[in-house]
Design a protein around this ligand. Structure first.
Ligand code: GMT
Length: 374
């Protein structure tokens, strides 16, 4: 199949999933064309069957705001026509699904290109609900030939929030369980925790929705009972507040800010426990990657997280903002090796049995076939 993929190319779960999907499809012999304003960060080295098409933006004094959605639609038309694409798979509804709709209409006399939209999270739960976007998001979902959502939670939210009467198929996030796998990473661990302290890890884009400062408050409580360190991976708006909080709580020597990193597998393998106290999380790709490296996860009870984390089996789930309970759960796992090992094994098994790319990529392929034959 010849597949166009549009996603946000920067750090973030939707871009990561879209790019890993494209790479996996290319390995299976499909021809994949990424269309975006920059090369997706996860694309890595040259891969046969993958072409990147950059959306170029021109400026004109009259245009006070960049017209990305229109430039993207034009690029989609050009690529779909020239490369004879069978379908366009767009990730994150705003504005990608709208641009794809426009491209489809522009091409309709030449070819019937199918549009598949994957809903990832805040496109539905936050930004899409703004009055200026809501009718457009609803329209673009209804006009897509196929729609997938990354969790049952997100599917239900889409149907209720946008009053949508359309079949939405749930295809969960996935991970390469052969890459994200448990592995002793003693050098890095020694560097992070020289006195063999427990290591808690969190990775995100540090947006307020992730509630990153709470990871520091949890560490503060845990450290009153157990020597522990916190590793924070990523960057974003709340990083300065987190650094300020570390100074206020006198935790600077115990919290390591690593910024944006590529070597996530090694960092996860140098850690014992993953924390994700988010306000909203449609699936939780970062938690999935940690579980694949056999880390138990402690999370808030929001969105799709309970579909991923099995409470009292692969981790623990607490109310949003209940840092006391999250800290208590961390202490419980750190002080009971038998329980910790059970949770660690169960995390890895859950990923292998449900969320490995070997299982999920064929789900996308059969969905593509279904839409192509509709
Ligand atoms: O929706 C967002 O906030 C952006 C998006 C991203 O690009 O990071 O994240 C969402 O998509 C991921 C991949 O499907 C999910 O694993 C994340 O849970 C989801 N983030 C939120 O819902 C906050």
């Amino acid at each position: 199949m010849k597949i166009g993929i549009t996603c946000y190319p920067t750090y973030g779960g939707s871009g990561a999933i879209a790019t890993e999907l494209g790479k996996a499809l290319a390995l299976k012999g499909h021809e994949v064309h990424f269309i975006s304003y920059a090369r997706p960060f996860r694309l890595g080295e040259f891969v046969e069957n993958i072409v990147f098409h950059e959306v170029e933006m021109s400026s004109y004094p009259l245009f006070e705001f960049p017209m990305y959605s229109l430039a993207l639609a034009s690029k989609m038309v050009e690529v779909a026509d020239y490369e004879k694409l069978d379908l366009m798979h767009v990730h994150y509804a705003i504005p990608h699904a709208v641009s794809a709709y426009l491209a489809k209409q522009m091409l309709k006399d030449k070819r019937d290109i199918k549009i598949i939209t994957t809903l990832h999270g805040t496109d539905i739960t936050l930004v899409g609900l703004e009055p200026s976007f809501l009718p457009m998001v609803k329209f673009s979902i209804e006009e897509s030939d196929g729609v997938t959502a990354v969790s049952r939670f997100l599917k239900e939210k889409t149907i209720t929030n946008y009053n949508i009467d359309k079949d939405i198929v749930v295809i969960n996030n996935f991970v390469d369980a052969n890459l994200y796998m448990p592995n002793v990473s003693s050098k890095l661990r020694e560097h992070i925790a020289p006195n063999n302290e427990k290591v808690i890890v969190h990775t995100s884009n540090f947006r307020p929705v992730k509630r990153v400062p709470e990871t520091i408050k949890i560490l503060d409580i845990v450290r009153k009972e157990i020597p522990a360190k916190l590793v924070l991976v990523g960057d974003g708006p709340d990083r300065s507040e987190c650094e300020r909080l570390c100074r206020e709580l006198k935790l600077c020597d115990h919290v390591k800010f690593l910024g944006k990193q590529n070597g996530l597998v090694d960092i996860l393998n140098a850690s014992d426990l993953f924390l994700i106290p988010s306000q909203s999380e449609s699936f939780g790709l970062a938690a999935l990657e940690a579980m694949s490296c056999a880390l138990p996860v402690i999370s808030s009870s929001v969105g799709g997280l309970p579909e991923l984390i099995k409470h009292n089996e692969t981790g623990f789930i607490a109310e949003i903002g209940d840092i006391g309970r999250m800290a208590k759960y961390a202490i419980e796992l750190f002080s009971n090796k038998r329980k910790y090992d059970l949770f660690s094994n169960a995390s890895r098994k859950r990923v292998e049995n449900n969320f490995d790319k070997k299982i999920v990529i064929p789900e996308y392929e059969s969905f593509y076939n279904k839409i192509m034959n509709s």
